[in-house]
Design a binder for this molecule. Sequence first.
Ligand SMILES: [Zn+2]
Length: 106
Amino acid sequence: MVDAEMLAMLLTREGLTPQLVDNHTVGMNWMHSGAYGGVKVKVPESQEAHAKQIASQLRTQSKARLQMMANTNEDACLACGNEMAEDNDECGECGWSYGQTGIEAD
Ligand SMILES: [Zn+2]
């Protein structure tokens, strides 16, 4: 399942009425939730604030999950995906630190 579909599912569960559209059919009055592989989620303007909230939560979660799996970006917080300074061991966003992780580097 692509992210856009997952997001639409979450929005529906929250009582919103999202629609999946491709890049060509996204109108100006709709939320641009970002590129999810060429597919976007749009909602009526009245639901935009709520939808953006849910979308950003989903993005934060999937970003953190991806980084944890790939373990490529060592400068980002593995818990929330927040960018961390190279000499900073603790995330300023959520307080996570490298010392707390159970993941061992190979
Ligand atoms: Zn963090």
